[in-house]
Unconditional design. Structure first.
Length: 416
């Protein structure tokens, strides 16, 4: 074959494969400016020489056999297209390398972990952080290494549908919501253009809301309170179970209660913002009954910082299932009463009294108020009313507990 014919047809895959090292580096020319540089070590590189801006430049496409002959020719063709557009292929290659490096640090998992670190610094409750990490971790096997800007709504939907197929409908919806927060953070930090999660609204099964079981009539409340007084389990659990109706805070807030948060001289418990669902500090007036019940606790802060420490570790609070387990032991099923149900019981009966401002009740329940000005106003205006209300409430539920005229109903037990 003539030299002209060889230049026209170029190299063959076999010729590239059998190119052997020599005493000096040498080139095997292909076509259109592509050549194989064979090093003395035997390593082979695909390269092209070209002129740009009056200067001679060399572009490397990679090493054989990672880059095969056909691949190198495709890369050469793209470089020639860039030259035709007035672009420098070498500079374009550098920019692409930088883009890939940035993309590698902007994977969905990397951005998600950065967002988690941010909300942790903002004081989000440990239990909420743990839940968010658990939800996001379920997307990592499929989406974790994907650049967040390249993830499509369909990709995320496939992940969510797989979770939904196991009938974990609420989990799938919570993951979508948490991922949405990550995407919004990515937008704010210039790592994504839009929140793809918004495209999935209505695509998932929405589970029917099951309101927490609660006893909300005066007669049934009296029976419940008498049952609580008869509790024969752990002494500290009994105190917590008796205290919760007087305070009607969320069970988790009671579990994590610390001695340092109580001002017994002023009869107030101030729960810090990082322990509250709405991320705002909350003050709970302590009635005489609540103070007396707390006074029955036989340890102080030198023993454990928590009022209700775990039986296994003094630096941890009691289990999150302790209150509900105690209610089950008393015979109340999960469909009849839960620790959270004491809030509904208080809200219902206090409103039925008709003597308390509904806003004062809502404020004592630490419910959210979307209007920040109104929220600040309510906090100041209703404090004295809340103090009176909490004492009245304790007096009232004591009367319900002791009321001889209130019959104790049977909660779901069949007649023997």
């Amino acid at each position: 074959m003539s030299d002209g014919a060889k230049r026209k047809t170029g190299l063959t895959a076999n010729a590239v494969k059998h190119a052997r090292p020599r005493d000096k580096d040498y080139k095997l020319s292909d076509r259109d400016g592509l050549y194989l540089l064979v090093k003395t070590t035997g390593i082979r590189y695909w390269r092209m020489n070209y002129r740009f801006g009056g200067q001679q430049r060399t572009l490397s496409f990679g090493r054989w056999p990672e880059i095969l002959l056909g691949d190198a020719r495709e890369m050469l063709l793209e470089a020639r297209r860039q030259l035709a557009k007035g672009l420098d292929p070498l500079e374009q290659a550098k920019l692409e390398k930088i883009a890939k490096s940035i993309a590698a640090t902007n994977t969905f998992q990397a951005v998600a972990e950065e967002w988690l670190a941010k909300i942790e610094k903002e004081g989000l409750a440990p239990i909420t952080l743990k839940k968010a990490r658990w939800l996001l971790a379920q997307t990592y096997p499929v989406l974790g290494r994907r650049p967040i800007s390249e993830i499509t709504a369909h990709e995320l939907l496939l992940v969510l549908k797989k979770i939904e197929a196991s009938k974990r409908y609420d989990t799938a919806n919570r993951i979508r919501s948490t991922c949405s927060q990550v995407f919004r953070y990515a937008i704010a930090t210039a790592r994504a253009e839009r929140d793809i999660c918004s495209d999935l609204r209505g695509a998932l099964v929405t589970p029917r809301t099951n309101h927490r079981a609660a006893i909300t009539t005066a007669a049934d409340a009296g029976a419940l309170l008498r049952a609580v007084e008869d509790y024969e389990g752990n002494a500290l659990t009994r105190i917590a179970l008796r205290l919760l109706p007087h305070l009607f805070v969320r069970p988790g807030e009671l579990r994590w209660a610390e001695w340092s948060e109580f001002d017994f001289d002023k009869a107030v418990w101030t729960i810090p913002d990082h322990k509250m669902k709405m991320r705002r500090p909350h003050a709970v007036p302590l009635s005489r009954q609540a103070l007396a019940i707390i006074g029955e606790i036989e340890h102080d802060a030198s023993y454990s910082g928590f009022l209700f420490p775990s039986l296994r570790a003094l630096d941890r609070p009691m289990s999150d299932n302790t209150i509900n387990a105690a209610l089950r032991r008393l015979g109340f099923s999960k469909d009849q009463m839960t620790g959270h149900g004491f809030r509904a019981m208080a809200a219902t009966l206090l409103n039925e009294m008709g003597i308390w401002n509904p806003d004062a009740i809502e404020r004592q329940l630490a419910h959210a108020d979307g209007n920040s000005i109104r929220r600040a106003y309510a906090r100041g205006q209703y404090w004295e009313e809340r103090v009176r209300m909490m004492q009245h409430w304790s007096d009232y539920i004591d009367q319900l507990r002791d009321g001889a005229t209130i019959l104790r109903p049977k909660f779901g037990h069949s007649a023997s």
